[in-house]
Design a protein around this ligand. Structure first.
Ligand code: F6R
Ligand code: MG
Ligand code: MG
Length: 375
């Protein structure tokens, strides 16, 4: 492994049991996953790994040479989740095995419950990346921050100042309802992009690519987001998707500080209690990534890494463990109070169409026969 060679970074996560309730991951689950991945590292399946947590989601961060969607790497993640589920069951953790929605692994964890963000990249001379891990929210929660990083000059000074970035980026947007995708160029099509991704429960940013002329090849992603929708797999409400993302930084990409800057504003996301409420996303260190108040507020953790020429994960640096984000946390608490005062009323509670995949329809159904026609 060396600079100029291809390497894959895979972040695969699942909720396989909470401690207590849906709040956080028990340390024994982390240890169990570490044991499974350490063995695979010894055997050469992966180059390096780190096991993190965000809320009740166990996060496997891995580097390897096998490309995206590798059955070996996905199979390894599935095994780590299965082994940790056994421990979760022994400990009686809440919702043990919750996100392992299928009984047997069949080559790829996509569509089986876990969330996946992966990118195969050509290792630059120095490769700084950030992995983001959210709990109690959905993939569209990344739309606003990823847009700001790669397309908003008020966030990313480099878009104006750095000749390597001045041409802008390409956004791959998925329509997760109709299973279609479109590529939009910024800055030319920025209004079209916003027309879509402002509707964050339906249109989600899947990847960002550089444009022709950028030092990074144009078909290599510079950001990727997990877009798995649990309700589509399970056919019923089984919690929010709690997405993850990988973002590359520096040298013609947003600087580390431009990657983090969007989170200084705790924007409103869908999820929180019962996956049914709008609330602010609070940037926190891993240590505080344990949703409590009203099962929230939703959290985001940012881990910083350098990938060594051998493909080692040099990190993590717990990037939100910094007083620079105190104000955002304070603001998030203020918004939490304000939103909570609405109780069961919209827009704290999600609009009806978004409640379709929660437990509310079960309640509404019971009232159906009592409705009578009005003139
Ligand atoms: C949200 C989440 C929690 C649960 C809530 C009720 O994504 O996981 O807010 O929805 O704690 O959980 P149950 O129905 O398991 O008691
Ligand atoms: Mg849970
Ligand atoms: Mg979760």
């Amino acid at each position: 492994m060396a600079v100029g060679e291809k390497i894959t970074i895979s972040v695969i996560k699942a909720d396989i049991g909470g401690w207590p309730g849906h709040s956080r991951v028990h340390p024994q689950l982390v240890e169990t996953a570490e044991e499974v991945l350490a063995k695979a590292k010894e055997e050469g399946t992966i180059i390096d790994f780190y096991v993190a947590y965000a809320g009740d989601d166990l996060q496997l961060i891995m580097t390897h040479k096998k490309g995206v969607d590798s059955p070996d790497v996905h199979g390894l993640a599935w095994k780590a989740f299965e082994e940790a589920t056994k421990v979760a069951k022994e400990l009686g953790l809440y919702g043990a095995g919750q996100d392992l929605l299928k009984d047997a692994f069949s080559g790829n964890v996509r569509g089986m419950g876990p969330g996946v963000a992966e990118m195969e990249i050509t290792l630059r001379k120095s490769e700084p990346i950030v992995t983001f891990h959210m709990d109690k929210t959905e993939p569209g929660a990344f739309n606003l921050p990823i847009f700001r990083m790669f397309a908003d000059p008020f966030n990313t000074a480099g878009l104006v100042i750095d000749p390597k970035m001045h041409m802008g980026f390409r956004f791959e947007v998925w329509d997760i309802l109709k299973h279609k995708r479109v590529i939009l160029n910024t800055p030319e099509e920025v209004y079209d992009l916003l027309a879509l991704i402002g509707a964050k429960s339906r249109y989600v940013i899947k990847r960002v690519y550089p444009k022709e002329g950028h030092p990074i090849p144009k078909d290599e992603p510079v950001a990727v987001v997990s877009t798995e929708k649990l309700y589509e797999i399970a056919g019923e409400y089984v919690g929010k998707d709690d997405p993850v993302a990988i973002v590359r930084a520096q040298s013609g990409l947003p600087a580390l500080g431009e990657v983090l800057e969007p989170f200084a504003f705790p924007h409103l996301v869908s999820g929180w209690m019962r996956g049914s409420h709008n609330g602010p996303i609070m940037p926190v260190p891993m240590n505080y990534a344990n949703p409590t108040r009203f099962d929230g507020p939703p959290r985001v953790v940012a881990l910083g890494w350098q990938i060594s020429p051998e493909g080692k994960l040099v990190g993590p640096v717990d990037l939100f463990d910094d007083p620079a984000f105190d104000w955002a946390r304070q603001k998030a608490l203020e918004i939490t109070d304000y939103m909570r005062r609405h109780g069961p009323f919209e827009p704290h509670r999600l609009p009806l169409e978004d409640m379709e995949y929660t437990t509310l329809p079960g309640v509404l159904k019971r009232l159906e026969e009592r409705f009578e026609d009005i003139e």
